[in-house]
Design a protein around this ligand. Sequence first.
Ligand code: AHG
Ligand code: MN
Ligand code: MN
Length: 364
Amino acid sequence: MTELDQSLDPSVNPSAVFEHKHTIDRDCTTLPRHVLQQLQSFSPEAQDLSAIMNRVALAAKLIARRLTRAGLMEDALGFTGRTNVQGEAVKKMDIYANQVFISSFEQSGLVCRLASEEMDRPYYIPENCPLGRYTLLYDPIDGSSNLDININVGSIFAVRKQEGDDIDRTAQDLLQDGRGQIAAGYVLYGPSTVLVYSIGKGVHAFTLDPSLGEFILSHENIRVPDHGPVYSVNEGNFWQWDESIRDYTRYVHRHEGYTARYGGALVGDFHRILFQGGVFLYPGTTKQPEGKLRLLYESAPLAYLIEQAGGRASTGAQEILDVVADKLHMRTPLVIGSKDDVALVESFIENGRRQALISPKAGN
Ligand code: AHG
Ligand code: MN
Ligand code: MN
């Protein structure tokens, strides 16, 4: 036996067992296993959540695979020529990713309905009911404008329990606040594909290991710093904002310690802030007074995550998780990130509101 053989042989070198075990354990913390560990249970509900996350991971892997080769494929990129229920131009990848989530959950026995920003009404899977009384809400591709130039995009999702039978298929029970979400997360298709999720027990990130085809735990219990240098907002809308948001941006321009980052995909901008602190905002504009982001598919899932990570999400005047949806595709202004930075934006908005009460023309 050579010296190397001896050092690797557990019967000669017991620490070899530990080293191998350590590496294998780390590589084996897959998403479904992590969910069960988090819940410390094999109850039917824990098994359901674990299986749902596994299906989300499958959808993410299929989308990531297509994105990786999209530039070489016919018909993967570009527009479809159609607009969605919100009047936005639909891309081929939006449709593909939307369908991938549906296919991943069909015949799964897991969810009864899927609601997505790319579908006017929820997609029902009656054969999964009443076994899987859950609903998946999702934004299949977030940051679609980045698709054709090979910059990061994402997917966002949330899971809610279905209430009632929804026999008339109006999905009224989805018109609630965000506190009813039982899981939420996103997938970032960047240099690595990263899946970040919470089931109400902290926020955890998994990185796709392409050689294994598995998401492996890479960051556990992520905490967002109370303050960070980044402010992330589309300043091209400056003259369409309320004066209070203009005042906030003037403040960060004039004070040291702030830097701007804006990538055109909420998931990417949010991911930076989750790890490094700061604030992302998409305020209302003159054209879109409620902003651009959708409550049920974008703002509420990310609000759930940021609260779990010790940060905050607000419309500027109300916690995002307290906003009750008035329709499926409702939009809300969004201010999300580090506690102190969200509070700073809110203080400008509150100040603007008070000024407007004193002299009604000041806010315009
Ligand atoms: P989507 O691609 O799902 O429609 O979302 C795009 C959103 C969000 O990802 C991003 O932060 C924002 O739109 C960018 O909008 P602007 O181009 O108006 O800045
Ligand atoms: Mn989006
Ligand atoms: Mn989208």
